[in-house]
Design a protein around this ligand. Structure first.
Ligand code: CS2
Length: 491
């Protein structure tokens, strides 16, 4: 079968949407760092639709900071890819043309530099996951001791990390008298714009305080809330793309029908007409971010650890299990009480809609995918709301259960003895803490709660919280996740 590319566009079936603009007539205005499935299902689509609605030189050049797979898949396809939406009633597909080129930074530093310093580049957006930024887990700023960050600080002209590249590019622009771009963080971090601003400032201050001052004065760091559930691509994704479009597509991506993007409207050099594509431009995205991180991502982490340990492969399987589904609803209800009101959003309806999205029978979203990087995900999703709830005298019981299920997940085996992968930047530390406690469950909970990169002292030493985690952990060991969930619900 023929590969998807520019020449294929004219031969696509009539029901497959394709770029509704002339691809060659629009220049690049955005460089995106981390051109993976989530970017292709989310920011790329809003930008594709904004460009179709209102034009502008806002095509995207994708940059991969590590692996070459995106470039290898997309270059032979002229940057085109198929996006599949998994609806309960069956999949639909569209072909997306917003990517003008894809570069692998370690293999082509010159091209990466040229893209990031081009005057036409007015936005640099980023999706590199929580662990990609080099955040010091205890203090929140730049972790200058992390090997990749330390290497970039030692040779800032040859960066490897996202923060290193941004500072390098801004320094070159300043030196050349080129106006800065707006860095736009699109990862699931609370106040992600502020987080990125602080990292960039910490980095710049260490290498050039004048540059740091210029960045502080000239460069805005808008925060964003991003939402679209995007399972990892599988052979099934490619097969569906082939079936619906008639073309082979090595870059096909699958996602859910729902999508949401809330963006703080602070750009130093303009932006696409994203509002034409359904983006909510807000003065303050914090309430949206907290809502989404706690109600969607927090519930996701509960589903991931409970499900993986129980041997449930997909999110939808967990939602089909009555007790676990009830625990998800109870968790959302309790955590919702830690949230401020969110403009225009009915929080009860939001929770119901989320559970419907999780239950979507057409979505094969693996629990072990979400279980990755727990050390990065638990703090904003579970630890922060638990601490606020404790402080405010609100319920936090289900947060303890998530922590206990995560601890059980760290054993590396599910309840039936099947292997569970531990993919986490703190994996070595977690394995050591796990092993240090021998076979004593109470000692194990204590050892893991003392990992300060995840659990601040005040929470680890909170008697009621530590006791609840221990109770749940013992129950999971004794009778499995589902009876333990039932017992937690009954408390
Ligand atoms: C998930 C998110 O893997 C995970 O940690 O919770 O990727 C989630 O699917 C997205 O944030 C949804 O917008």
């Amino acid at each position: 079968m023929t590969r998807l590319n520019d020449a294929a566009l004219a031969a696509l079936p009539a029901d497959i949407a394709k770029p509704a603009y002339d691809r060659s007539a629009h220049g690049v205005g955005i460089v995106h760092l981390g051109v993976g499935a989530f970017h292709k299902a989310h920011q790329a689509i809003y930008t594709e639709d904004a460009l179709a609605a209102q034009g502008g030189d806002w095509r995207i050049a994708g940059v991969s900071l590590r692996r070459a797979d995106a470039e290898e898949a997309l270059a032979p396809q002229d940057g085109l890819y198929t996006l599949i939406e998994r609806r309960p009633e069956g999949p639909s597909a569209r072909v997306v043309g917003i990517l003008a080129e894809v570069v692998t930074a370690p293999n082509d530093r010159e091209r990466t530099r040229a893209l990031l310093t081009a005057p036409a580049t007015r936005i640099v957006s980023i999706t590199v996951t929580e662990k990609g930024y080099g955040i010091d887990p205890a203090k929140g700023g730049l972790d200058a001791a992390r090997a990749d960050i330390a290497a970039d600080l030692a040779s800032p002209q040859a960066p490897r990390t996202v923060v290193g590249w941004i500072v390098h590019a801004l320094a070159l622009r300043r030196a050349a008298g080129v106006a800065p771009f707006t860095p736009l963080c699109c990862d699931n971090l609370p106040e992600n714009g502020h987080v990125l601003a602080r990292l960039v400032r910490d980095f710049a201050e260490r290498i050039d305080p004048d540059l740091a001052a210029w960045i502080a004065a000239e460069v805005p760091f808008p925060s964003t809330m991003v939402d679209r559930i995007t399972p990892a691509t599988t052979p099934e994704t490619h097969e569906t793309a082939r079936r619906l479009t008639g073309f082979d597509d090595e870059a096909a991506t699958e996602t859910e029908p729902f999508s949401q993007w809330v963006v703080e409207d602070r750009f130093c050099a303009g932006r696409p007409a994203w509002e034409e594509a359904g983006v909510v431009l807000a003065a303050d995205v914090r309430p949206y971010e907290a809502m989404k991180l706690r109600l969607l991502n927090g519930a996701h982490s509960l589903i991931a650890y409970a499900g993986a340990v129980a041997g449930l492969a997909y999110v939808r399987d967990v939602m089909a299990e009555e007790t676990l589904a009830a625990l998800v609803a109870a968790h959302q209800r309790d955590v919702a009480r830690t949230l401020d009101p969110v403009p225009g959003i009915d929080l009860d309806a939001y929770q119901r809609d989320l559970r419907e999205r999780f239950a979507n029978p057409a979505m094969a979203h693996r629990t072990v995918q979400i279980a990755m990087d727990g050390s990065q995900k638990l703090p904003p999703r579970i630890v922060a709301p638990a601490m606020e709830a404790i402080e405010a005298g609100l319920p936090w019981r289900s947060c303890a259960f998530v922590v206990a299920a995560w601890m059980r997940f760290l054993s590396g085996r599910d309840q039936a003895g099947a292997e569970l992968p531990l993919s986490d930047p703190l994996a070595d530390m977690l394995r050591a803490a796990y092993a240090s406690s021998g076979d004593d469950p109470d000692a194990r909970v204590k050892a893991l709660l003392s990992v300060e990169a995840i659990f601040p002292r005040t929470l680890a030493s909170h008697y009621g919280f530590a006791r609840a985690v221990t109770t749940d952990y013992r129950r999971i060991l004794a009778g499995g996740v589902i009876p333990a969930a039932r017992a937690a619900l009954a408390e």
